[in-house]
Design a protein. Structure first.
Lengths: 279, 309, 420
């Protein structure tokens, strides 16, 4: 082999090593979490290899725990994230359709209004949204946990952008055939926008699942509807030294999203970068 | 006649379809902005009916804002926020760029690594914080142990997060390692959009890898760097979950403006504390000030971007 | 979108929009249920559970749901629950918290629901619940626990110094303390002290009260602590440390606290409350309890403790009232006091218990007869935080007593007495 080929191979190996090192660096905390989660009681912080018998003992202990209903928290998270994203996907699609394809009064003004609130970060909404939700009596309810964050402006714009590319001809021919607005929406627009709708759904799901501040604020500590992150945070005091259990619980919060992401990452990445790249 | 009914038909349809979205938008996204201002002009007094707090607050004009100006805790939180931004933003940009360059090759399985690097940025901040708290914890945490064996014995007793000098950097590192993947993807797509011919021309001119990086790559990804800086600043102003999960604002050992301050109390956490202690009017005032600062930064961003074009 | 999807989405809408039942709604079986938040320790909690069950038996169709809440932060927890409409029907609250609840109309006025004879209760305890509005007596809670400080003395050390009985007046007290302050190991410094005290306002009230110094002027507009009586009271306290050197400096940060030093027989006399009785007895200490020494205004002490209130939006307020009256009735209090070694809030409880069997309780019972309730300021916490640093300065000799009290009076008028 000549020098160039050896050089190339060397570079490749070095590169591979660097990549692996990078992966270790970025994923180290999660490996650590899993490592501690499968350790035996009391060995959470020791650097030995004493594992739980059976290996998933901590996970089942956490799931069936009486005074800390993880399974309920998990289901709450699942329900909130799923219904929230379904509502978001639906509302945003409906709204995006008319922004893309219809002309109506105040269209421009509305557009600018929506755009301007995009710049307001979540923290600013904490106090007023809490006040409104309290007045509505929505504390400790699923309504209060889901509805305030269902109007996703970013999703609306994303969908609008896509729907604008749907040929008008399709729509007008359907109109001629006597289709109602809802039918047009349901049978033409939605199927053609499925990829983007999926992206919006996934992004909403991600947002709702990991939304910590709002779920902390809208629930009292004794609420039955706590989501997993909030439940974890509030009960952390009790488990201060039982890191094995705490890590098992953390895993429950992370693993679903990780799985979802790995399966559908194309959508995640496209969605998250679409807004940025547009800048 | 026909034209009119068409227009009305369009208007009606449009608003019907928009209705769900708009209702939620106006009630929960638009109205709160105004309501927050109103709230900030009131305060919860001793006589406020607690069953009906928000309708029964006492009007105090700009008293909350004046109190804010004299509040050492508020100014301190801005300082900590600035420090947090300075810690996180360069590291995020740097790490994102490096990872992107690393991934910019045609090795088999590189997409696997891309997913691996991006994965942490979609995971829960709270849980990431808890894991890092374990890693940083005194006596048993893996990091103090490693440092201890390398001769840095300072952390084995109290851990990383109880030490005022290392608490915020510790949080920053945890968050950067989590979030760098996002910037990385942006950099990657930008780098991959740079035509190969540009690099080839540089090769002909005899440039080495380092020079290519400095003079070609970085200038061409400048917009992304700027974007990440802006996002990072706004993110620091609103940082909350990571502080809540890792340090709760502490350790409370810093003296500033006549008060004892928490070494990691960023403005987002300060705002949360005001809400937690039912100082709703005051909290609303704080969020308005933070909002103004955020909008100011966005405006500067818009201006700078416009200059480029 | 198929029919199924439509149906699913509608279902989700319903889920999201429907009420999921408010906590504590009345069960359809007609039983009246009320929730009580209490902050008791383990023994007290067991006791109130028993009392609740007995009440339910005597009143079929009722359920008293006792929920335990940690003492620390119970005020803000209660306030938050009112704001978020998840509040209980009754709650046990610290005496100092009641004024705020009354001012914000968060608790019900109880004479609406039945008769309350204030003479039945320990005066200082019931006083913290009574407000006179337009000449009418209004009662906003019933005391469930009352405590105060009394003089604890080490009998062994008394015998060693030849002191026959506990001091009756402050002069006797000073004389005894001087005898009891000794340098036992000859190093020139005292290692046994006649007295050890705390610095806070709460621990200064016994002095103020026994000298007759009032907190508020008669028209309730000014702070009267810097009166002649007040100055003499505080001066006496300061002198114990500064002039007579019979006090151990236990009020300083880092020093050995009064009850710790008492258990270790370093301090011969301290002021403390019934919560320490069991602890001292269990340690085998040979000690006795006496009334706070008499000053010009006789013996007196401060008042701690808690009250039970009925929240403004309580369900079945009549039931709540009935239960609270039951809880504070003579017989129930007699049982409570003897089981737990506490002072009964109902004076008539003495008829149902043989107080001679409980000499510790008896002396406190006596003491509470002349106890003076704390001022009903809206925020006792603000009051304490404002005043305590200056009390510290006085004890440390950094300010004269007159200076201190003048500043304190002014600050109280500026920051505590104003309408906020």
């Amino acid at each position: 082999m000549d020098v160039a080929k050896i050089r190339e191979k060397l570079n490749k190996t070095l590169l591979m090593m660097a990549l692996i090192l990078g992966a270790l660096l970025m994923l180290f905390p999660f490996f650590w979490m899993l490592f501690v989660a499968v350790k035996a009681e009391g060995h959470g912080f020791k650097l030995d290899f004493v594992f739980a018998q059976p290996l998933f003992k901590n996970f089942t202990a956490v799931w069936t725990n009486e005074s800390f209903p993880f399974s309920r928290f998990f289901i709450n998270s699942l329900f909130v994230a799923t219904s929230g994203s379904l509502m978001t996907a639906l509302f945003c699609s409906m709204g995006a359709y008319v922004f893309a394809k219809k002309n109506f009064i105040f269209k421009e003004t509305l557009f600018w209004m929506l755009l301007s609130t995009l710049m307001i970060p979540g923290m600013m909404y904490m106090v007023p949204q809490f006040a409104i939700v309290t007045k509505l009596g929505w504390i400790n309810t699923y309504r209060g946990m889901i509805i305030p964050h269902v109007a996703n402006i970013f999703g609306l714009f994303l969908l609008r952008q896509h729907m604008e590319t749907i040929p008008d001809a399709l729509i007008s021919s359907a109109e001629i055939d006597g289709a109602s607005e809802w039918q047009i929406f349901k049978n033409i627009i939605v199927p053609l926008s499925m990829p983007v709708i999926t992206t919006v759904f996934l992004l909403s799901f991600l947002f709702q699942w990991t939304n910590f501040l709002w779920q902390l604020v809208v629930n009292t500590p004794d609420s039955l509807k706590l989501t997993l992150p909030v439940g974890l945070a509030l009960f952390r005091g009790q488990y201060a030294t039982q890191w094995t259990l705490l890590m098992a619980a953390s895993a429950f919060s992370i693993i679903p999203i990780a799985v979802l992401f790995l399966a559908l990452q194309r959508f995640f990445i496209e969605g998250l970068t679409a807004g940025a790249v547009k800048e | 006649m026909k034209i009119n009914s068409r227009k009305t038909h369009d208007n009606l349809t449009a608003y019907l379809f928009l209705a769900p979205f708009l209702v939620v938008f106006f009630v929960f996204l638009a109205y709160p902005v105004v309501y927050s201002l109103v709230l900030s002009l009131h305060k919860v007094s001793w006589t406020t009916n607690l069953y009906n707090v928000f309708s029964d607050m006492k009007y105090v004009g700009v008293e909350n804002y004046i109190k804010l100006l004299h509040d050492s805790k508020f100014w301190w939180s801005l300082i900590v926020t600035g420090y947090y931004a300075v810690l996180t933003i360069p590291m995020t940009v740097f790490l994102g760029l490096i990872l992107a360059i690393l991934l910019n090759n045609k090795l088999p399985g590189v997409s696997l690594f891309r997913s691996a690097y991006f994965l942490p940025s979609v995971l829960d901040i709270l849980v990431v914080g808890i894991i890092w708290t374990l890693i940083y914890s005194p006596h048993f945490g893996i990091l103090p142990k490693i440092l201890d064996s390398m001769g840095f014995r300072a952390f084995i007793d109290k851990g990383i997060l109880a030490n005022p000098r290392t608490a915020l950097p510790g949080v920053a590192i945890a968050m950067v390692l989590r979030g760098a993947g996002f910037g990385m993807i942006l950099f990657l797509s930008a780098i991959q959009n740079i035509p190969v011919s540009v690099y080839e021309a540089a090769d002909i001119d005899g440039a080495n890898a380092w020079q290519k990086l400095i003079f070609i790559t970085i200038p061409l990804v400048k917009p992304i760097i700027l974007f990440l800086v802006i996002m990072g600043t706004i993110g620091s102003l609103n940082a909350f979950t990571e502080i809540y999960s890792m340090t709760q604002g502490g350790p409370y050992v810093v003296e500033f403006m006549g008060g004892i301050q928490g070494a990691t109390k960023v403005s987002g956490y300060y705002l949360f504390e005001k809400w937690e202690t039912m100082n709703y009017g005051y909290a609303a005032a704080v969020s308005y000030i933070l909002l103004v600062i955020t909008l100011g930064i966005s405006l500067v961003n818009a201006k700078v971007m416009r200059k480029k074009h | 979108m198929s029919k199924i999807t439509r149906y699913f989405i509608t279902l989700l809408f319903c889920f999201a929009l429907n009420s999921c039942g408010r906590p504590g709604e009345d069960k359809p079986d007609g039983i009246k249920e009320v929730v009580l938040w209490e902050t008791y320790n383990n023994e007290e909690h067991k006791e109130i559970e028993i009392i609740a069950r007995e009440f339910e038996k005597a009143n079929p169709g009722t359920r008293i749901n006792i929920q335990r809440v940690p003492w620390g932060g119970h005020e803000s927890k209660l306030m938050t629950s009112m704001i978020t409409n998840t509040a209980p029907d009754m709650a046990r609250v610290d005496v100092a918290f009641l004024p705020r609840l009354v001012k914000s109309a968060s608790v019900l006025e109880l004479t609406r629901y039945g008769e309350i004879n204030t003479e039945d209760y320990v005066k200082a305890a019931i006083d913290s619940n009574v407000w006179i509005e337009d000449g009418v007596k209004k009662i906003y809670g019933l005391p469930d626990q009352t405590t105060g400080a009394a003089l604890f003395y080490n009998k062994k050390m008394f015998r060693e110094s030849g002191i026959k009985s506990p001091p009756g007046t402050w002069d006797d007290f000073l004389a005894a303390a001087k005898l009891l302050t000794k340098d036992k190991n000859g190093d020139g410094r005292s290692d046994q002290f006649g007295f050890a005290m705390d610095k806070e306002l709460w621990w200064t009230f016994p002095f103020f009260n026994t000298y007759g110094a009032k907190f508020l002027s008669d028209d309730e507009k000014r702070c009267a602590l810097n009166s002649e009586a007040g100055i003499r009271a505080l001066q006496f306290k300061v002198d114990l440390y500064q002039k007579h050197k019979v006090e151990a400096g236990a009020w300083q940060s880092g020093a050995i606290a009064p009850d710790t030093g008492f258990i270790n027989e370093m301090y011969a006399m301290i002021l403390t409350g019934p919560w320490n009785i069991k602890r001292f007895r269990d340690a085998g200490l040979d000690f006795g309890i006496a009334l706070v020494p008499r000053g010009p205004a006789g013996t007196s002490t401060n008042v701690g403790g808690s009250n039970m209130v009925v929240l403004q939006k309580a369900r079945h307020p009549e039931l709540c009232f009935k239960f609270l009256k039951y809880l504070t009735s003579a017989q129930v209090q007699a049982k409570w006091a003897s089981d737990l070694g506490q002072i009964p809030v109902n004076i008539k409880a003495a008829e149902y218990m043989d107080l001679s069997k409980y000499p510790d309780i008896e002396i406190f019972f006596q003491q509470m007869k002349t106890a003076v309730a704390r001022p009903k300021v809206v925020s006792y916490a603000t009051l304490a935080n404002t005043v305590n640093p200056y009390l510290y300065a006085a004890l440390a000799g950094k300010k004269t007593v007159k200076e201190t009290l003048d500043i304190i009076a002014k600050k109280i008028e500026e920051e505590v007495l104003i309408e906020k």
